[in-house]
Design a protein around this ligand. Structure first.
Ligand code: DC
Length: 220
């Protein structure tokens, strides 16, 4: 079994790297943040406040989330494109504080990791979702660099973007994600720390593959 857990704050390039590594090694790529984002999208669509736990629980009872073939499905609808906005980033961070929301995403994530070899990325994969993962990486980068990367991602996707706003949101989200009560963003004791500030995408992919080779003895 090979389960690669990649955790770290937003905008570190985790998704790009995790996806590329999964492809190179023939593993399944699972983006757990996309599932939190989908739940946030549904709450916005239904005007359910993201911090109103009883109302969110009610909504969750009637919500099916799945991740398959690099796409996230909300009640059977592919919402992969709609969840990549600044508004959804913040809403996902806030709604992910709620225990029932975390339990729902955990259940799907754990089921996926139990049946397939995966590269799974998020905030709490190495600490809570797959604590016994064969490979754990904690990926980070300087906040200014992360803001710039997110800005470039949004511009490339033809979405509205403001660098200053993105920077503020990143700081706010970092704080929220690392200070929440349940399974906050935190490096697992046995995770390899990787600062990607000065790495190109290819260097970053190679660095992750080198850790996998080192931890598993595989030739990657
Ligand atoms: O990785 P992302 O930016 O798509 O994640 C969106 C939000 O979802 C993030 O700010 C916090 C939450 N999240 C989480 O709490 N746990 C995870 N494993 C993944 C994401």
């Amino acid at each position: 079994m090979l389960r690669v857990a990649i955790d770290g704050p937003g905008g570190t390039g985790k998704s790009t790297i995790a996806k590329a590594v999964a492809e190179r090694l023939g593993l399944e790529y699972i983006d757990t943040g996309a599932m939190y984002r989908s739940i946030a999208l549904k709450s916005i669509r239904l005007s359910v406040p993201v911090d109103d736990e009883p109302k969110v629980i009610e909504m969750l009872a009637d919500t099916v989330i799945d991740f398959n073939d690099n796409k996230v499905y909300l009640d059977g609808e592919d919402v992969s494109g709609q969840i990549r906005t600044n508004e959804i980033s913040m809403a996902a961070s806030t709604i992910s504080k709620l225990g029932p929301v975390r339990a729902k995403v955990d259940e799907v994530s754990k089921r996926l990791a139990a049946t397939k070899d995966v590269v799974m990325e998020g905030r709490d994969i190495g600490t809570a979702v797959i604590p016994d993962a064969e490979v754990k990486i904690f990926m980070t980068a300087a906040p200014e660099i992360r803001a710039k990367r997110r800005y470039e991602q949004l511009v490339a996707a033809g979405k509205p973007a403001n660098l200053e706003e993105i920077k503020e949101d990143i700081e706010k989200r970092d704080y929220q994600d690392s200070h929440r009560e349940i399974n906050p963003l935190k490096q697992a004791d046995d995770a390899v720390y990787m600062d990607t500030s000065d790495m190109s995408i290819d260097e970053n992919i190679d660095a992750v593959c080198a850790v996998i080779a080192d931890k598993t003895g595989r030739d990657v």
